[in-house]
Design a binder for this molecule. Structure first.
Ligand SMILES: *[C@@H]1O[C@H](CO)[C@@H](O)[C@H](O)[C@H]1NC(C)=O
Ligand SMILES: *[C@@H]1O[C@H](CO)[C@@H](O)[C@H](O)[C@H]1NC(C)=O
Ligand SMILES: *[C@@H]1O[C@H](CO)[C@@H](O)[C@H](O)[C@H]1NC(C)=O
Ligand SMILES: *[C@@H]1O[C@H](CO)[C@@H](O)[C@H](O)[C@H]1NC(C)=O
Ligand SMILES: *[C@@H]1O[C@H](CO)[C@@H](O)[C@H](O)[C@H]1NC(C)=O
Ligand SMILES: *[C@@H]1O[C@H](CO)[C@@H](O)[C@H](O)[C@H]1NC(C)=O
Ligand SMILES: *[C@@H]1O[C@H](CO)[C@@H](O)[C@H](O)[C@H]1NC(C)=O
Ligand SMILES: *[C@@H]1O[C@H](CO)[C@@H](O)[C@H](O)[C@H]1NC(C)=O
Length: 519
């Protein structure tokens, strides 16, 4: 009796279930049944758009609805995809969403809302374009979000918000045209990496507001225009890395970061830096290990430094800055400054000013703390000076086509008064003067000698002529015409004979030889 009852019962139950299942199967069609999408037995939905201009709508309504049993969504090569409001919210088994090569991805509020029962889901968007990233796109337990090579026309306020238990948020090579304040608002994440790409011309105040990062906060190779004060408010990362970035303007206290570990700022290019742009980077006072009393052997200066984290500021380039632009919280960090390139032409007068602006900012520091009188001004305990090596400061040597040169090198070669350059100039001048004097002397000597020589050139005849005309030794016309030969040794140089026609020449001939003529 009991057995037949059981069989009958189970048969009725089976009939009921099979009819129910049949009804569900025949009646409900889903996204899986229409191209360009297809599904497999594991609940994977794959959509590969082949036709140009096809618009793919992912929604939970209509006859092309998404099945709640979807475990994975892959969309490829579609020119336009619309992911409707809360379409994913009923998929309890959803593990991943991949949207690749979508020319126009339209998202709505809560497009990426996940079921509160879902396992952890990974969302990735690659090589796509999104006109507007709306507010509150995400909701729920997203394990990882990756945006790679995505153009985002506008990143609205609260675009990244409502995230729970997120391990990684990674934006790689994303070109964000406009960023609104609070685009990243109040969530916890293990790793927050922005790599390459840009945040646009303006990174407003509170772009990242109240973000708790457990492991690493990194901005790597990001281009940014003006970064406003308090643009990045990030709590408790163990590592902060700001590297390879190009930032036009960094306003005062642009970074408000409470770090639990080392801070690395390296290989960045800054246009101009406001006063105390990095002063908002500090260490969490509660977490910071207190100076351990066990290290009794160490000196007083090193015990003061024990609770400090490293802040490495290395290989950065700055065009414009002022006193206190590069201040660091010395009560939290032990700053290490190296290879700071002042991207201006080296100038002997400016070198000490620049150096002083970076190293000696005590005045600005106390003024800044006096203004924020809510804060107790930190006792400026005798600070260890920042280690300075010859390579700490560099500027552009305009003489060698703007090659970076260290301050010390440049100073030694071009600036100091006792420098070799001046000596070289002095020697050159002295040699030139000596040369000129020498040349003058030589010319003068030659002149003198020539004058002396000229007197000898016209020689007085050494021998008196044998035959001079009579008449008291006066050479007369008769003498020339008489035919008596005049001694050819008496030579006269007359440039133009006619001018001298009426000139009288008195030639006195002295003779000191025995007379041959009869008296
Ligand atoms: C389910 O399909 C049956 C026929 O197969 C039809 O009579 C019924 O109206 C459908 N129900 C719904 C809800 O579409
Ligand atoms: C998407 O298109 C690219 C070229 O446009 C092609 O190389 C790739 O194989 C396509 N992907 C799929 C899944 O069809
Ligand atoms: C999104 O869904 C909620 C309810 O689920 C609805 O109130 C709201 O109007 C929807 N928004 C859009 C843009 O469809
Ligand atoms: C990226 O997407 C564009 C269109 O959106 C496509 O032309 C290009 O081939 C894609 N590149 C890769 C590497 O998939
Ligand atoms: C993207 O798609 C949306 C909705 O279909 C449309 O309103 C918008 O104009 C499209 N954008 C571009 C750039 O095609
Ligand atoms: C420094 O940053 C520039 C871009 O600003 C990049 O091209 C270069 O490779 C970086 N150098 C190192 C050593 O990372
Ligand atoms: C320093 O930066 C310059 C360019 O900005 C780069 O070429 C060089 O490799 C960097 N050096 C180090 C040690 O990062
Ligand atoms: C720092 O600057 C002040 C003036 O602003 C000056 O009096 C002081 O000597 C400087 N200290 C050093 C170490 O250069």
């Amino acid at each position: 009796m009991g057995a037949t009852k059981y069989v009958l019962g189970s048969a009725i139950l089976g009939l009921f279930w099979s009819s129910l299942l049949k009804g569900v199967l025949t009646n409900s069609t889903s996204r899986c049944d229409y191209p360009p999408c297809s599904c497999d037995h594991y609940g994977r939905l794959t959509c590969d758009c082949k036709e140009e201009g096809e618009e793919l709508i992912l929604t939970t309504e209509g006859d092309r609805r998404l099945s709640p049993h979807t475990s994975r969504i892959v969309v490829n090569n579609c020119s336009s995809v619309i992911l409707m409001n809360s379409s994913l919210a009923s998929m309890t088994g959803l593990r991943s969403v991949d949207l690749v090569n979508v020319a126009n991805l339209s998202l709505a509020r809560q497009s990426f809302e996940l079921s509160s029962h879902s396992a952890r889901t990974r969302i990735s968007v690659r090589n796509s374009s999104i006109d507007v990233m709306p507010s509150f796109v995400f909701r729920g337990d997203v394990e990882a979000i990756t945006f790679e090579n995505v153009r985002i026309g506008q990143l609205s306020a609260f675009s990244f918000a409502n995230l729970v238990h997120t391990d990684t948020l990674r934006l790689e090579n994303c070109r964000i045209e406009t960023t609104e304040a609070q685009a990243f608002k109040k969530f916890d994440v293990g790793y927050l990496h922005v790599i390459g790409g840009t945040f646009g011309d303006q990174v407003p105040s509170r772009t990242m507001n109240d973000i708790e990062v457990y492991h690493k906060f990194m901005l790597d190779g990001v281009r940014m225009g003006v970064v406003r004060s308090d643009a990045f408010i990030v709590r408790s990362p163990r590592t902060v890395a700001i590297q390879n970035c190009a930032i036009d303007t960094l306003e005062s206290e642009a970074f408000d970061v409470t770090a639990h570990g080392a801070v690395i700022v390296k290989n960045n290019t800054f246009g101009s830096i406001g006063v105390g742009a990095f002063l908002g980077i500090r260490a969490d006072r509660e977490i910071r290990p207190p100076p351990s009393s066990s290290s009794s052997s160490s000196s007083s200066s090193s015990t003061a430094a024990i609770g400090l984290h490293d802040l490495i500021f290395k290989n950065n380039s700055v065009s414009n800055f002022e006193e206190g632009s590069l201040m660091f919280d010395r009560t939290s960090f032990r700053p290490e400054l190296d290879n700071l390139l002042v991207a201006q032409a080296c100038d002997c007068q400016m070198l000490p000013v620049w150096k002083n602006n970076v190293l000696n900012y005590t005045n600005v520091y106390s003024r800044l703390y006096a203004r924020q009188n809510s804060l107790v001004p930190p006792t400026l305990q005798p600070q260890e000076p920042i280690n300075e090596t010859p390579e700490t400061f560099l500027c552009l040597d305009a003489r060698v086509e703007g090659v970076p040169t260290s301050f010390t090198d440049y100073e030694a070669r071009h600036c100091s008064l006792g420098g070799s350059m001046l000596v070289f100039i002095l020697i050159t001048v002295a040699v030139l003067v000596a040369l000129i004097v020498g040349v003058c002397l030589i010319v003068w000597c030659c002149r003198k000698r020539r004058r002396n020589n000229r007197k000898k050139w016209i020689s007085v005849p050494t021998n008196a002529p044998d035959v001079v005309s009579k008449k008291n030794g006066v050479i007369g016309r008769e003498a020339a015409t008489s035919g008596t030969p005049v001694d050819s040794r008496i030579t006269m140089v007359v440039p133009d004979g006619r001018l001298y026609r009426e000139t009288e020449f008195h030639v006195i001939v002295e003779k000191a030889e025995p007379l041959t003529t009869e008296l």
